[in-house]
Design a protein around this ligand. Structure first.
Ligand code: HEC
Length: 177
């Protein structure tokens, strides 16, 4: 009987925090009034009266692949855009998709699902550019999402590089002479 009393007391001590504080508490810090990635300040408060939008970086929400497919590349494929896209590709994509774009990067080689060939006609010609934008933004089954790593404009530059230079350039892996 004594044990039962002690055991119940011990159990109550264990359960108490779960009852008195909102469970689970591991995401308490995230559940607060703060601007989350991809959210504008309107989530917190309204824009002041008479305020005007300022030029600069913008967050772009992409609801799903259907919405992404309809998006149009706002960045022209200028040499500067392609060069910036190449820089982004080397930093973020080459490890998996390879310098050649064919999915033969060192990390890609270790994956069960091989990274798709970005030089294939499907990616080069058939898919809308918005599809690639959506894929980079939302990620795939294995491929991570790059919504928080790359500004929308950097993602469009990346697409200009993939569509206008990746296949025609002679691949040179970063750091390899
Ligand atoms: C961790 C490895 C990895 C990285 C890094 C990566 N990808 Fe992928 N990618 C994949 C894999 C694996 C697939 C195949 C499908 C999937 O996982 O959803 C894929 C698929 C794709 C597709 C779909 C192609 C199609 O035919 O439908 C596109 C487009 C793409 N990647 C572009 C990129 C770009 C651009 C970057 C750099 C920002 C990038 N990926 C970075 C692994 C990666």
């Amino acid at each position: 009987m004594m044990c039962l009393k002690n055991c119940v007391a011990a159990m109550a001590l264990v359960i108490a925090p779960a009852v008195s504080f909102a469970w689970p508490w591991n995401n308490d810090m995230a559940n607060q009034i703060s601007v989350k990635p991809q959210e504008g300040p309107e989530a917190v408060r309204q824009y002041p009266q008479h305020s005007v939008p300022a030029a600069g970086t913008r967050t772009v929400r992409v609801a799903d692949m259907d919405a992404a497919n309809k998006m149009v590349n706002p960045n022209r494929a200028t040499p500067a855009s392609i060069a910036n896209g190449k820089r982004m590709y080397q930093i973020y994509c080459e490890t998996c998709h390879g310098a050649s774009g064919q999915g033969d990067g060192p990390v890609g080689a270790k994956l069960v699902l091989k990274p798709y060939d970005l030089t294939a006609d499907k990616v080069q010609k058939e898919l809308p550019e918005g599809y690639i934008f959506g894929y980079v933004t939302l990620g795939g089954a294995i491929m991570p999402s790059y919504a928080n790593d790359l500004y929308p404009s950097e993602r469009w530059d990346l697409i200009n590089y993939i569509r206008h230079a990746l296949k025609s350039e002679k691949p040179v892996a970063v750091g390899v002479k």
